[in-house]
Design a protein around this ligand. Structure first.
Ligand code: ADP
Length: 267
């Protein structure tokens, strides 16, 4: 059995996070082709009996497009207004596309405060369980229209890691605009090499990470590595892969050497 088979076998509950850089064009408008591709893959996994949870960024990007703004607004209320418009656009798009495959989605908007007390955590867990037990695909995002910095996860990489732990997922996949984690930032170092397997999130791994590559990306690799720390500590493996590659999720589950695998700690 190779490493991939050992850590990616028998996935029954899967969290997939898609970043803004994958869901939106550089213009900020939604990239329907790529969204459709993600939806089709998830719908098919659902039909294979795998419970899937989608963590989707893109609300502010979708709002910018709808409001015909050329760049992110500067003030917090304006950003949040863009998110309020965009979250609706995003959900409408997902609902429509998943419905084409006969599937129902449920929106879960979460803030860090929702996970701050045992009672609230149990409440959120129960909602996820009820959605999944009823064959509904939860679509998760931070509640960008209401949160302020002090109570923010701040990025969906961390949020998706927390969700994966909360629902005891078998695997977290972060889909980005890049093939995986490189040994240094590929946008500044042309000789950077893709790392296929990370056995331990140590200082060397942390130091390889740079910031976001695109105008719409947020956390870059630093937040993805933080997500890996959270999940692997809880015994959940994580993969970073390129959301643009055809059938990338299925390929990961077929043990192809796709992206970067962060190996879970023994649990
Ligand atoms: P997303 O919207 O998918 O979360 P981000 O733009 O936040 O994407 O993060 C992905 C970007 O991180 C890449 O496009 C790349 O420019 C940048 N990056 C920085 N350091 C690294 C690294 N060591 N390996 C890969 N990508 C890196």
């Amino acid at each position: 059995m190779n490493t991939r088979e050992q850590y990616l076998g028998n996935v029954k509950k899967l969290v997939v996070k898609v970043g803004s850089s994958t869901l939106t064009h550089p213009s900020g408008l939604l990239n329907f082709y790529k969204i459709e591709h993600i939806v089709r893959q998830l719908a098919d996994l659902h039909n294979q009996g795998i419970k899937v949870i989608l963590v989707s960024s893109g609300a502010i990007g979708a709002g910018l497009g709808k409001l015909r703004l050329k760049e992110r607004p500067k003030t917090i209320p304006e950003k949040q207004a863009a998110a309020a418009v965009g979250q609706g656009v995003l959900m409408h798009t997902y609902e429509k596309l998943f419905a084409e495959y006969g599937q129902i989605v449920g929106q879960m908007l979460i803030t860090r405060e929702d996970l701050s007390s045992k009672k609230r955590v149990v409440n959120v867990q129960n909602t996820f369980s009820a959605l999944l037990d009823n064959g509904i695909i939860p679509i998760v995002n931070e509640n960008d229209a209401t949160v302020v910095d002090e109570i923010k996860f701040g990025d969906n990489d961390t949020l998706s890691a927390r969700v994966a732990c909360l629902i005891e997922a078998d695997l977290l996949i972060l889909l980005s605009d890049i093939d995986g984690l490189y040994d240094s930032n590929p946008s500044t170092n042309k000789n950077a090499m893709l790392i296929h397997t990370v056995e331990e999130v140590n200082e060397k791994v942390i130091n390889s990470a740079g910031g976001a590559g695109s105008k719409l990306g947020t956390g870059g690799m630093a937040t993805k590595i933080k997500a890996a720390t959270i999940t692997t500590e809880q015994g959940i493996s994580m993969v970073i892969a390129n959301g643009e590659k055809q059938e990338v999720i299925q390929n990961i589950l077929n043990f192809d050497n796709e992206g970067t695998l962060f190996i879970r700690k023994n649990k």
